[in-house]
Design a protein. Structure first.
Length: 326
């Protein structure tokens, strides 16, 4: 842990960086006992990583996947809660968020980073195995069952969001009033800065990693970005990224390059950032209009930045050479 000694504050702030869930995480805690709290936070994230990993044979998720089409598996309360949320968000987004997409993600090689373009025949075989309706959750028995052999769940699009919610819950319980947690593309704010002003989060320009398209101010909320630029491979001059359209089994080509969701619920923000990326601008805006608990910042392939109306007071467009609209 590193003591920061924030400018203009008497309070102590502590920061540490760790690697978990296949991503770089930084935790920033303003509290006198911040050093100990950072250790607690790291332990909590490692605990969750062990449950949700798709590479660790003993994880809940690997147990579920290994027993697909065979039998129901008893899982921890966290795994049950996360899968329940994932299933519900899948239904809510008309399956744009599909936590059973793993057979397809594997076929593209995104798990092992051994990329291949699957044939249409392969995709046609695998697509029927991605239906969330075939993920059976028995809450009373604490079991999960994948109905068909070959099915597999992949929580890559939602697990970091859930972890951020659990971390925030833990830290708040321990009395933390001011902190931020960055888990890859997921940033969650606890309270405000020590001076009472909101935390300021830069939204990256998908076309230039050294630039940003604007700054959003949040307190007690999460800002979660999904972008095709975050993980992709190139073949014959074409880019193939890791956000799959569950309708086709191919990387979503929706005209967007990133989607940032602002929402109090980090789990929901994570699933929606993936889902709205798949939907594309028009369908995503139509979906947003039916909901009242999140806001969105879109960046399109043409470099246009569109923010939803609820962000008028908290999002400042800041990049150059882009078109901006609320
Ligand atoms: P990141 O992993 O960069 O944070 P996302 O949160 O958008 O990005 O999640 C993308 C990951 O989720 C992929 O790597 C894959 O494991 C999984 N995934 C891909 N497409 C979907 C989808 N349509 N629904 C649910 N999960 C998906
Ligand atoms: Mg996501
Ligand atoms: Mg993400």
């Amino acid at each position: 842990a590193q003591k920061m000694g924030e400018e203009g504050t008497q309070e102590d702030s502590y920061e540490s960086t760790t690697f978990a869930m296949d991503t770089v995480m930084t935790f920033h805690i303003v509290a006198p006992d911040g050093e100990d709290l950072l250790i607690d936070a790291e332990q909590e994230v490692k605990r969750l990583e062990k449950l949700f990993s798709v590479t660790d044979e003993d994880s809940d998720i690997e147990q579920i996947n290994d027993n697909a089409g065979d039998k129901a598996v008893t899982v921890s309360a966290d795994t049950l809660a996360l899968l329940k949320a994932g299933k519900q968000l899948g239904k809510a987004t008309n399956n744009a968020f599909d936590m059973a997409i793993y057979p397809i993600v594997k076929a593209w090689g995104f798990t092992e980073n051994e990329y291949t373009i699957p044939t249409q025949e392969t995709l046609d075989e695998l697509l029927p195995l991605t239906k969330v309706s075939n993920v059976t959750i028995d809450e009373d028995a604490s079991t999960v069952y994948l109905e068909k052999e070959g099915m597999a769940v992949d929580l890559g699009g939602i697990a970091k969001g859930y972890a951020s919610d659990k971390l925030a819950e833990l830290l708040k319980k321990k009395g933390v009033k001011s902190a931020w947690l960055s888990l890859g593309g997921n940033v969650c704010a606890i309270g405000t800065k020590p001076d009472g002003s909101p935390w300021r989060i830069a939204v990256q320009n998908p076309a230039d990693e050294n630039d940003y398209v604007g700054v959003v101010e949040i307190s007690d909320a999460c800002a979660v970005t999904s972008g095709g630029y975050q993980r992709y491979f190139e073949e014959n001059g074409k880019k193939y990224h890791h956000i799959i359209d569950p309708a086709t089994g191919k990387p979503a080509e929706s005209g967007l390059t990133s989607v940032t969701i602002i929402c109090k619920d980090g789990t929901k923000a994570d699933a929606l950032s993936t889902a709205l990326y798949v939907m594309g601008l028009d369908d995503a805006l139509a979906y947003w209009k039916t909901q009242d608990d999140f806001e969105v910042i879109f960046v399109t392939e043409d470099g246009e930045v569109v923010a939803t109306e609820g962000l008028k007071d908290s999002f400042t467009f800041d990049g150059k050479g882009n078109d901006y609209t609320y």
